[in-house]
Design a protein around this ligand. Structure first.
Ligand SMILES: [Zn+2]
Length: 277
C-alpha cells in the first residue's frame, strides 16, 4: 500500500538512480505527454510531498524559456517506480502498465500505473501540492499545524480525517488503522472527542518515520509476513492484545479495521459481530 513512507522511499530510489544525470531518452505512454521528449534534460533531484512524487529537472538552455521543471506523479493504490540497471530486464510489473521510461547513462527509471502524471514549471508546483497539510516525512514537518487543521473539524470522524491529506500528508489506510488501534481510539470517534490529538499525530509520524528506508511496512516491530500489523488486513483474526475478533467496516470511502474491545467508543450499529453466528 503506497503511503507516505513508500513514496518517500520511491523518491530516494529515483534520486539515487537519476540525480545529476542528463537523460539520454524518454518515453511517455500517456496521452497528455505523448509528444514530450526529455532527451538532454538534467535531473536535479527527486522529492516527495505527502503521497506526491516530484522529479525536478533542468531543461537544456536552448530548449525552453523556463529552465526548471517538475515531473509530478502520484502512486495512489497501485502505482510504482522502479530503477533498473542498463540492460536489466524490466520485470517488476507487466509492460502494459508502463506509463513512462526515463533513460540515463547508468540507470533506467520505469513508472508503472502512475496517476496525475504532469510536467509543469517547478515554480508552479504549489498548484498540485499546495493544498496538502504538513508532510509527516517532510523537512518542514509541523505537528502543531497538523493538530490545528484536524481540530478545526471537530465533527469529522478521526478515521476519515487522518486520511484527508489537507490535514496532514502521508497517512494512508494502513497507518490510519494501526495508529487508532495503538491509541485505543475507535475510528468513528469525532475529532472533538479524541482525548489527545497531539499524541495521535505524533504516533502517526513516528510509525511512518520508522518505516523509511525499507519496503516492508510494520507497525508491530516484526518484519515477519503476517505479523506486521495489529489490525490492518486482519478481519476476524484475534486481536494481538485481547483476542477479540478484529472487525472490518466501511468508513467514508474506505474500509477500516479495528478491535471493538481495545478501541471502545462509537461503533457502526449495523455492524454484526463476526464472532457471533
Ligand atoms: Zn483487542
Amino acid at each position: 500500500m503506497p503511503e507516505g513512507d513508500t513514496v518517500w522511499n520511491t523518491a530516494r530510489v529515483l534520486h539515487r538512480a537519476l540525480a545529476g544525470a542528463a537523460l539520454t531518452g524518454s518515453d511517455f505512454r500517456v496521452p497528455q505527454l505523448a509528444t514530450t521528449d526529455l532527451t538532454g534534460w538534467t535531473v536535479r533531484e527527486s522529492a516527495s510531498r505527502g503521497k506526491h512524487l516530484l522529479l525536478r529537472l533542468a531543461a537544456p538552455e536552448e530548449r525552453s524559456d523556463v529552465r526548471h521543471w517538475t515531473l509530478h506523479s502520484h502512486l495512489r493504490m497501485d502505482g510504482a517506480w522502479r530503477a533498473y540497471a542498463p540492460g536489466e530486464r524490466w520485470g517488476a510489473r507487466p509492460a502494459h502498465l508502463i506509463r513512462v521510461v526515463l533513460r540515463a547513462p547508468s540507470a533506467v527509471a520505469v513508472g508503472y500505473h502512475l496517476h496525475e502524471l504532469a510536467l509543469l514549471p517547478t515554480a508552479e508546483e504549489e498548484s498540485l501540492v499546495g493544498h496538502l497539510g504538513p508532510d509527516l516525512l517532510g523537512p518542514d514537518w509541523d505537528a502543531a499545524e497538523a493538530v490545528r487543521r484536524l481540530a478545526a473539524h471537530p465533527e469529522a470522524t478521526i478515521g476519515e480525517a487522518l486520511l484527508d491529506q489537507r490535514n496532514l500528508a502521508g497517512v494512508g489506510n494502513l497507518y490510519k488503522c494501526e495508529v487508532l488501534f495503538l491509541r485505543g481510539v475507535s475510528p468513528w470517534t469525532p475529532l472533538g472527542a479524541v482525548p489527545d490529538l497531539a499524541g495521535t499525530v505524533a504516533l502517526a509520524q513516528r510509525l511512518l518515520a520508522a518505516n523509511r528506508g525499507r519496503w516492508t511496512q510494520s507497525t508491530t516491530g516484526s518484519l515477519h509476513r503476517g505479523r506486521t500489523s495489529y489490525v490492518y488486513g486482519r478481519r476476524a483474526q484475534p486481536c494481538r492484545r485481547c483476542g477479540t475478533a478484529i472487525r472490518k467496516e466501511e468508513l467514508g470511502e474506505r474500509v477500516t479495521y479495528w478491535c471493538p474491545r481495545c478501541q471502545p467508543g462509537p461503533d457502526p450499529a449495523q455492524s454484526p459481530d463476526p464472532t457471533q453466528p
